[in-house]
Structures are given as structure tokens and as C-alpha cells.
Design a binder for this molecule. Sequence first.
Ligand code: MRU
Length: 342
Amino acid sequence: MAAKAIEWLGGRLRILDQSKLPHQQIFADLDNYHDVVLAIKELKVRGAPAIGVAAAYGIALGASDIKTENKDEFLIQLNQVIKTFAASRPTAVNLFQAIERMKKAARGDGIAEIKNSLVNEAKRIHQEEETATRQLSQLGAELIKDGFTLLTHCNAGPLATAGYGTALGVIKATKEQGKKVSVFATETRPLLQGARLTAWELMQESIPVTLITDSMAGYFIQQRKIDCVIVGADRIAANGDVANKIGTYTLAVLAKESKIPFYVAAPTSTIDLSLSSGDKIPIEERSPEEVTHVQGVPISPQGITAANPAFDVTPHSYITAIITEKGIIREPYGKELLSIAK
Ligand code: MRU
């Protein structure tokens, strides 16, 4: 992808507004932390690793705007900035991993030194996601055979990672290894990350992609048109349970029933060893309007009750392998995750 999803311009964060894609490619220059928080809440920046990277730069921006020269007061105000980011979206753990790293980086004798250290840590987090997603993509591509058709859900490409991509990274690396590969992309209601973003990214890479509605997945899997399912992750619990975009669990059950592999691709920054199992992962509930409307257009009777959980949890027993930059892991996940997570 030519255009960078997130770019630090020194004192400003340039993002490609994902809520407007694919029909409008609009870049927004965010020069204060409030705008970065809003961009995360409104999914202008989205996808677990990208949220972490954006928040890290956002915290650095917030720190740079603090005017006091008293260090204790500075740290109190910085903590307020951090709290605002922590309240932006609850499910992707990359956000909280980035926040913890930024808190640790907020050290130094003087305020100027701390501000500088925060910018450097944000750049490091960004660089590490870039490297990790490239590495896991290379590893994951070894699992994909020449001529495979993969099904993916939501969007786990460069836009979502501020790097090379996770699920889409594996697909891109497979092609780079000289293998033929094609993709079925689910539209991913309610916010259509598959139809708008995955379709766009794959077409830019000249990877054959067929767009389907979410409810068509079972049909194509039953017809043996799909060789494996590959998705990203928002949080991986210590036992290997995976939270990802709503609808992922359905695909995992279908894959198991049809005996095709179900792969999860994610950097180790998505692993949360503090949660023993997936039922403890906080699931974001978003506005019902995202369900009752499509792209702002109402599609249901006024006054209808709608539910909108943004993620679901796939139990580890449905997952064939988790692809990380530190290796491909399989059952028993608990032991493997413990040995690779930082
Ligand atoms: O609500 P979103 O669009 O932020 O959800 C994103 C996903 O569920 C992705 O699949 C996940 O973050 C993996 S991104 C590499």
C-alpha cells in the first residue's frame, strides 16, 4: 500500500481516515491528543495494532501540549491524558500494552526529557509492530499451499496494523513466495471493514478477492470452495481463546465442522497473559445505530431495539494455530503462549 495508514510528522500524527475508505482517501493531520482519541473511537484509526500505535503517538502529543514546568503537576496531567486513551476502546489489548509502555517511558530528570522519551517510545512501538507483522507474515505463509483459497473476516491488513498486516500480511507474503492464492472476504457488518477495507487492500495488491456477505460463509465452506480461514485478533487470553471481530466465532465453528484449518495471525502485543481465559475479555458494545443504519442510511423501522457487540470470543479448541512473529503455536496454547509472550 503506497499511502501510510499512520505517519508521525513530528508534532503531528497523519492518519488515513479509514471511515471514509474506499471511496474517499482523506488524510487527517491530528495535532492534539483529543483528536487522536476521537479518531480511535470513531474508527478512523482501527485494528488492534494500529490502535496501540496511534494511542502511543497520541500520548506523546498530549504530553507535548502540557504547559506546566512543575514535574509532579506534569505527571498528573499526563496521567489524565493516558486515562482518556484507556477509555477509548476496551477490547484490543494492544492499546493497553502501548499505554503500559508509555507509562514506563515517562521517566527522566526533566519534563523536556520525558516528552522526548515518550516520542521515542511511540516510534519504537510503531517500528516493532512493523517488524513483527512482517515476520509473522513470512512464518504464516509457510502454512498456505499453492492454489489455496482463504476466507478472511474484518480487516487485518496494513491499515489495521500500521505495519505489513496480520491475516492479510500472511496472504501477501504467500503471494510474494510465488504461490497462487485467492481470497473470499466477508463484508463484516455492521461497519463493513471487509467490504470497504479488505477488498480495497487486496485489490491494490492484485490478489484475487471475492466479496461475500457474512451469511454466505457457510455456503461456500460447505461447497469446499475454501481451503482455510485466517483472521487477526484483538486480544488473545492466556489459554489461547481469541477475541476478534463479531462473527469470527461463527466462522471457527464452520471451519471445525468442515475440517478445514482456522488460523489466527497476530503479533505478540495482542497476547494478554493477565486473563486466564476468553470469557474475561471485555467486549465492546457499540451504538445500536451502527446496526439500524448502513453508512448513515436507516434500514429498519424507527424505534427497533438493536444489539451491537463489536467482538466475540473463539475458544482455543477451535483454533488450528496462532501465527506470531515468534513462531506458530498450537495446542496446548497455555504453555506455548507463556513462553513467547513478553
Ligand atoms: O472494530 P475494529 O475494526 O477495530 O476491529 C478490528 C478487528 O477485529 C481485526 O480483525 C483485529 O483488530 C485484527 S487487526 C490486525
